[in-house]
Each structure stands twice: as structure tokens, then as C-alpha cells.
Write a protein that binds this ligand. Structure first.
Ligand SMILES: NC(=O)c1ccc[n+]([C@@H]2O[C@H](COP(=O)([O-])OP(=O)(O)OC[C@H]3O[C@@H](n4cnc5c(N)ncnc54)[C@H](O)[C@@H]3O)[C@@H](O)[C@H]2O)c1
Length: 336
């Protein structure tokens, strides 16, 4: 199949790129490098032993992307390009709506104009779409009530995709990720955000490497067993496999499809559990300090993954210890 990945040099996109190249699809990569480095391209090629075509483009450059879709006869798009900081989304809501919502709409238009036949589209949605879940583990049928702008942009895209799939030749899945962590077993690619990391594991890595003195833990009085927030952490390799399963599922469908699937492990871990386990498995110390809760953060969320298990024939394989070891492996190896 001829596949385009947007946001391909970022954390999750690069892992999916490696898996797709292993399956011998023809792959085209696109990224504007807003939150990634061009050196990731060489790393993807090194791991997979294959060359790829890369375009440094913004996902909103509709006519250039349409030309690529035509030229490469693109049949499927994995759309990872987007802004992902919950905090920045509150400070710069316009930018978040523009890149995440308008960018996705522009990409869909380019795909529609560039390809007449069946179009497969797999979108990176997020568990933030649920907001503060009333029922746990959280199912796909749970009401979408995001508590922050970032989650609202994901909801906006999902609404648009559902309408799109109602007519035309579209097969679309939104994958609602819980909290991806870990890295490729080569230690070459992993989560390497530009600027100060906001996700827990990149922040722990910085402390473990001595680049920060202590970890800031936001919130110590959540209604959880130890007062810190609980999330469902999933290994990025398991997450990447979920994308391949979604592709296989859509490729078999004859009629229009729109569907949503949670990708998580179904298990929740508190921030303190993560810190303690990281220290134990990697034999490092992570000093920490408590700070007030961040706006828009919630106490607990973890996934019900039975829908992805049965329809996508997918399940996670990695344990928490494996996730935490692999997170540190990448940071230890990293030179930039
Ligand atoms: N990592 C997570 O915790 C998480 C959780 C849920 C959902 N998601 C979603 O998954 C997707 C990928 O996340 P990630 O963790 O790999 O993030 P990332 O920042 O590492 O990757 C996103 C990539 O998109 C690129 N990009 C940003 N804006 C662009 C634009 N306008 N045009 C072209 N490229 C652009 C960036 O340069 C980056 O390489 C995002 O849409 C994110 O919202 C991530």
C-alpha cells in the first residue's frame, strides 16, 4: 500500500514509520519539524534499513500535499502532525485550533482532491477527549467532555471525521491514545520534545540524566490512594502495533467506516508509582517536589480496551517495567 505519515519524525510517528517499513509498504513522510529533528529521518532509515521520501511541509499546505498524494498515489494516511501540550493549548488556543483542527481539515481536503478511490485515514486522537471520566475503566461510549483546549481540538477533528465518513469513499478510524511512553529497542528513537517537557516520562528522564535537579509533580491531593494523578501508560511499540491493526481492519472494509478505539493497557498507575518503579528498574534516583495541580488536569483515567482487543485483534504485550527501562534506554543513548 502507498502510505503517507504526517508528523512522521515525531515520537509516535517515527515508531509507526519503522513498523510500516518492516511490512514493505511504500512510505512517504511529512513533518514541518516544529517539535522534531531531521536527524530522526536517518534513524528511521537506519533501524528499518530502507530509504524513504521525506517532505518538510506544514500539514496546512493543502496544494503541495495534494500534489504529493497524486504523485505517490497515496491510499492511506496516518495523521500524527499536531500540537500536543495541554498547557500551551490553554495559553495559545488559536494556534491549537489552527494546527490541530484546521490542519486536519486541510489534509482531508488535499486527500479528497488528490485521490478519487477508497481513502483510509487514521487519526491520532487522545484520551483527553473524555475529560473527567464518570465511569472507569473508560469506554469509547463515554461522553466526550474535554476539560482543556487540547482535548477540544481532538473532539473538533473527530466530529469532522465522522461527518466526512458519512459520504464519499472514506474509511476512517480515530485512535484515542492513553499515555504513550517507552522507546524503540534500538534506543535510537523516543520521546524527545523541544523545550521543557510536559509529559511525565520525558521530565523524569531529564532528572535521571542530571539535566534538571528535581521532578515537579503537579498535584498531591487528588482523590487517589497516594494523592497523585493516575493514568494508563502504554508502550509506544504496543501503540504502534495498534496502528497497523487499524490499517488491516480498514483495508478489509468495503463500505464507508468511521470508528473510534481506545489504545491503552487497561491499567492505571499513579505518578508516584511511576517514579518509584523508574528508580527501581533503572537504578537511578529521582528527587521530586510537589506543585499545585495544573489547570485542565484530571485525577484518574484508564482505558477499557476490550473494543480494540476484539475488533482490531490487538493487545498490549509490554509490562510497566519494560516500559520504564525502555524510556531510560533512549535517554541514556541520546546525544542531542
Ligand atoms: N504523546 C502523547 O502523549 C499523545 C497522547 C495522545 C495523543 N497524541 C497525539 O499523537 C500525535 C503525535 O504525538 P507525538 O507524541 O508523536 O508528538 P510529537 O510532537 O513528537 O510529534 C508530532 C509531530 O508533528 C509535527 N508537526 C507539528 N505541527 C505540524 C504541522 N503544522 N505540520 C506538519 N508537522 C507538524 C512535529 O514537528 C512533530 O514531529 C499528536 O497529534 C498528539 O496530539 C499524543
Amino acid at each position: 500500500m502507498n502510505i503517507l505519515i504526517t508528523g512522521a519524525l515525531g515520537y509516535i510517528g517515527s515508531h509507526v514509520a519503522v513498523k510500516i517499513l518492516k511490512e514493505n509498504h511504500n512510505l512517504t513522510l511529512l513533518d514541518n519539524l516544529a517539535n522534531s529533528k531531521i536527524s530522526n529521518l536517518k534513524k528511521i532509515e537506519k533501524i528499518s534499513g530502507k530509504k524513504t521520501d521525506f517532505y518538510k511541509l506544514d500539514v496546512r499546505q493543502e496544494s503541495s500535499i495534494k500534489k504529493i498524494i497524486e504523485k505517490k498515489n497515496i491510499e492511506a494516511i496516518f495523521h500524527f502532525a499536531g500540537l500536543k501540550s495541554v498547557k500551551n493549548s490553554e495559553n495559545y488556543p488559536q494556534d491549537y485550533f489552527d494546527v490541530n483542527v484546521n490542519g486536519s481539515k486541510s489534509l482531508l481536503r488535499a486527500f479528497e482532491k488528490g485521490r478519487a478511490g477508497k481513502k483510509i485515514f487514521i487519526f491520532s486522537s487522545s484520551a483527553t477527549i473524555y475529560g473527567n471520566p464518570k465511569l472507569l475503566p473508560c469506554k469509547e461510549t463515554h461522553k466526550e467532555q474535554p476539560t482543556n483546549i487540547y482535548g477540544k481540538t481532538k473532539k473538533g477533528v473527530e466530529i469532522f471525521l465522522k461527518k466526512k465518513a458519512a459520504k464519499g469513499n472514506w474509511k476512517i478510524i480515530s485512535l484515542r491514545y492513553f499515555n504513550p511512553i517507552g522507546s524503540h529497542p534500538s534506543g535510537l528513537i523516543g520521546d524527545n520534545p523541544k523545550g521543557k517537557p510536559e509529559n511525565l516520562l520525558p521530565a523524569i528522564n531529564k532528572v535521571a540524566k542530571g539535566k534538571e535537579k528535581e521532578l515537579l509533580i503537579f498535584g498531591s491531593d487528588y482523590p487517589t490512594f497516594d494523592g497523585t494523578a493516575i493514568r494508563d501508560y502504554i508502550h509506544v511499540e504496543d501503540l504502534a502495533n495498534g496502528h497497523l491493526s487499524a490499517l488491516k481492519y480498514l483495508a478489509k472494509k468495503r463500505k464507508n467506516v468511521y470508528d473510534v478505539f481506545n489504545l491503552g493497557t487497561g491499567r492505571g498507575h499513579s505518578v508516584l508509582e511511576i517514579v518509584k518503579n523508574f528508580e527501581k528498574v533503572n537504578k537511578v534516583e529521582i528527587p521530586y517536589k510537589f506543585f499545585p495541580k495544573r489547570k485542565g488536569d484530571i485525577a484518574i483515567n484508564y482505558a477499557n480496551v476490550s473494543k480494540a482487543n476484539s475488533f482490531l485483534n490487538w493487545e498490549t504485550k509490554k509490562s510497566l517495567d519494560q516500559m520504564l527501562k525502555s524510556t531510560w534506554l533512549y535517554e541514556k543513548n541520546k546525544t542531542n
